[in-house]
Write a protein that binds this ligand. Structure first.
Ligand code: GAL
Length: 343
């Protein structure tokens, strides 16, 4: 008993040390239980990130409680009840403060998209400087996974509460794994797996970011990609994605385009090193540029634990840029301090 207590205390202290920026170095350690500033495991999966007024906000699926496989399941659609979208804030991307559930489940209405019996995945939040609103898009599903829609919510503050506005299929097309991207000119786009995940739609959004404009492209036809993470570097657009094998890992792929609504070209698996063909047993969710650091872009992945989804972990790796060659090498741990400061 005492021995167990000592081991637990030592392990907790080690995790706090490894992820603390107050003690050097400021490390990211793959697949560990990552504690927030209150000492609880960070619970934000299929996440997206927002940088606003010097603060990073990490939004994700709050997967709380028992993981179940529905009785009717013909595939491994493991799930927890919908509890909502969580938010954490940080100025250094290592020490995260829990800001609460910013979009909550709706428990008393079984027909509501956010009822615990439904599915809520891959929330992403962007800021609209014209309306000064924070806009969230997420994948919302019926319990039987046939809805394939995008749910939209809005808030006056990055830490919520978000008001749910409803769901729809953008441009009348299925919308499952999804992300949002805001370009330098303020135009926003939703990238969604569509047509039973066989293709990807890129949907341009209205100026208030609440609807599609009707302008869209169909991409990666019959290529079955999920888990999109989009970023821009040196004028080019990149999309990291996974294949379609549910919670199980598969090979990542990077695609590049000169314009968002233009031609996208797949350029192969950027992951290198041990288990690179399985994306290090993880799946892409977001790429975040680190402001104040030279060329530091973090590729963020979920390491799903399909039979205990609450215990899914995180893999965060720096992307390496060598002219046109882009790689994501495996590293057990790394430190942001390795990257040159840049104003
Ligand atoms: C994955 C997808 C996840 C989740 C899961 C359900 O392929 O990326 O977001 O939907 O399937 O099995």
């Amino acid at each position: 008993m005492i021995k167990n207590f000592v081991y637990t205390a030592l392990a907790t202290a080690a995790i706090i040390l490894l992820t603390s920026c107050n003690s050097q170095p400021c490390n990211i350690v793959q697949g560990e239980v990552w504690l927030d500033t209150a000492g609880n495991p960070i619970n934000a999966h299929g996440s997206g990130m927002l940088y606003h007024d010097g603060v990073y906000y990490w939004y994700g699926e709050y997967k709380k409680g028992e993981t179940i496989l529905p009785e009717w399941a013909t595939w491994e659609c493991y799930r927890t009840d919908v509890t909502g979208v969580s938010c954490y804030s940080s100025t250094d991307l290592v020490n995260w403060t829990f800001e609460g559930i910013v979009l909550s489940a709706v428990k008393d209405d079984p027909t509501h998209d956010l009822h615990p019996s439904k599915v809520l995945e891959r929330p992403k939040v962007i800021y609209n400087s014209k309306t000064q609103k924070f806009v969230m898009w997420a994948h919302v599903e019926s319990a039987d996974y046939s809805k394939a829609a995008a749910g939209v919510a809005v808030s006056n503050s990055p830490t919520g509460p978000f008001t749910y506005l409803g769901s729809f299929r953008p441009n009348n097309a299925m919308s499952r794994d999804q992300t949002l991207f805001v370009d330098d000119d303020g135009k926003a786009y939703q990238f969604a797996s569509s047509e039973h995940n066989a293709s990807r739609y890129i949907n341009e959004l209205t100026d208030d970011y609440l609807q599609p404009t009707g302008r869209y492209t169909r991409n990666f036809i019959d290529m079955s990609r999920e888990a999109p993470a989009v970023f821009k570097k040196d004028g080019k657009y990149y999309m990291l994605s996974s294949g379609c094998t549910g919670w199980d890992p598969n090979q990542a792929e990077l695609a590049v385009a000169d314009s968002i609504m233009g031609q996208w070209t797949a350029i192969g698996n950027p992951c290198t090193g041990v288990d690179a063909d399985k994306t290090f047993y993880a799946q892409s969710t977001y790429v975040q540029q680190v402001y104040g650091k030279k060329d530091l872009y973090i590729a963020m992945f979920d390491r799903w634990n399909k039979t205990d989804l609450e215990d899914s972990r995180y893999v965060w790796l720096p992307i390496e840029f060598d002219n046109d060659k882009i790689t994501i090498p495996w590293r057990e741990s790394w430190s942001m301090d390795e990257y040159e400061n840049q104003r």
